[in-house]
Ligand binder design. Structure first.
Ligand SMILES: *Cc1c(COP(=O)(O)O)cnc(C)c1O
Length: 240
């Protein structure tokens, strides 16, 4: 095994173990937590090496990177996640490649996804992105818009809303302020729980909570994350 593969495998196992440990401490079943390896820092070769370690959920933030890498890895059973903004003129090409879109951030994008899913005879699996810190620089629905968006999007054909996605505000992740991150993740979970209590539209369970990155995933696990989006931690010691 070469150095790259060794390092990636070590990182992949270390994160898996840490996630397992924190989940158990938090009284959660570790198998309910999926780790998405965010490969935006690496080229196609590095991305392939990570998948060969067993990290088969891969995330990209730019549609173009996903277009480039997906065909090069199509001999592996990779599930691609788009975690960044998707422009409507890129929907047609992106939709057939992604297993889940984490960043549904407007009704107009949902309408476009619906239209293309119908014409491609497929289903778009999406998460509604919620702007946790109400930061203007970030996309996503404001917390108080989520219920309305849920109703509107779930009425469109060809879209399945699987859950919610959120990022802790910049300040909390950069300063590794886990308490603040945890409060923000708790808000996302509470938002989901309240929507459930009020009754969800048909066919949408909101089982998935995509929250937690390299700097704040322990807090996210404690607050009920089911999908962690881990980038830099996986690539520690790797020259990309
Ligand atoms: C880059 C990125 C991540 C991963 O960030 P790390 O801190 O490197 O783990 C997660 N989510 C989104 C939306 C990203 O753009």
């Amino acid at each position: 095994m070469n150095k790259l593969n060794e390092t990636l495998l070590r990182n992949w196992h270390a994160i898996g173990e840490q996630v397992h440990e924190i989940a158990v401490q938090a009284g959660r079943d570790p198998t309910t937590i999926r780790i998405v390896g965010v490969t935006k820092y690496g080229n196609a070769a590095v991305t392939r090496a990570l998948a060969e370690c067993g990290c088969l959920d891969l995330g990209e933030s730019r549609p173009q990177s996903l277009w480039e890498k997906a065909p090069l890895l199509n001999d592996l059973p990779v599930r691609w996640h788009l975690i960044g903004h998707l422009q409507r003129n890129k929907v047609a090409r992106t939709l057939p490649l992604v297993w889940m879109l984490h960043s549904l951030d407007s009704l107009r994008l949902a309408e476009s996804l619906s239209m293309h899913a119908m014409s491609q005879r497929g289903t778009a699996r999406v998460l509604l992105e919620v702007n946790l810190g109400n930061e203007s620089a970030k996309g996503g629905f404001a917390m108080d818009q989520v219920e309305e968006a849920l109703g509107q999007v779930s009425a469109l054909p060809g879209i399945t809303i699987c859950g919610l996605m959120g990022m802790a505000s910049l300040q909390s992740s950069h300063e590794c302020n886990l308490d603040q991150a945890r409060r923000e993740f708790a808000r996302l979970r509470t938002c989901r729980d309240q929507l459930r209590d009020r009754g969800l539209p048909e066919g949408c369970s909101l089982d998935e909570l995509s929250m937690g990155m390299s700097g704040d995933f322990p807090a996210a696990i404690i607050e009920g994350s089911t999908i962690l989006r881990i980038g830099s931690r996986l690539f520690e010691g790797v020259e990309v």
